[in-house]
Design a protein. Sequence first.
Length: 265
Amino acid sequence: MTGRGGRIGLGLWTALVLAFLWVPILIIMVYAFNGSVLQTWPVQNLTLHWFRDAWNDHEVRSSLWLSVKVGLIATGVALLLGTAASFAIHRFRFFGRESISFLLLLPLALPGIITGMALNSFYVFAGISFSIWTIVIGHATFCVVVVYNNVLARLRRTSPSLVEASMDLGADGWQTFRFVVWPVLSTALVAGGLLAFALSFDEVIVTTFTAGAQTTLPIFILDNIQRGQQLPIVNAVVFVVILLTVIPVVISQRLTHESGLLSSR
């Protein structure tokens, strides 16, 4: 694989994989500007009409706002609980430590339909009414795992002597966190938070069992695709969702550098 032929073959294979991943997404993005209500290729004329219709659609805006609220709250819960759990597992040795680590990772490995059914049964059994908080709890079950994995991996690559040196030099707990711990963990938290928000924002299966009569943006898209109605508006909504997913990732990449620390410039 070190010769010219190997490099060319590897490059072609990489291009095919990227095309397999991105061509369907790009086609959907192009369809968002299709002037016809029929999804025909190639697109004959371009228009922004469907974006205006989507913005003026009350159901689209309410679904978008609900998805954003759920994503932000679930991400906040995941950052708090995931970071605390990773510090506990990394810093302390206690009975059942590996079992707890396994239980923390299990919700991400379980099929979403199992998690959704279990939460739905619990809500019904406990008499809990479906609301935004039932969705947040469902999303937090797997968002916590994402943050936990990112922070724990960073802690395992960080020498504990940094914190010990800070304490030996007279720094208190807040100073140690601000000048030693936070710069080391910053990108892990940013990456974990972005991934947690992305997972929450486009979650369908767990949301179906925990939302009740509420409609998040992915459920709105799924319902309208199944009914075959408003496909042009759905394409416009999908285009916006892709942008809302890509932009935070690009911003986080611009703010970070190879050292793993959050840039101060």
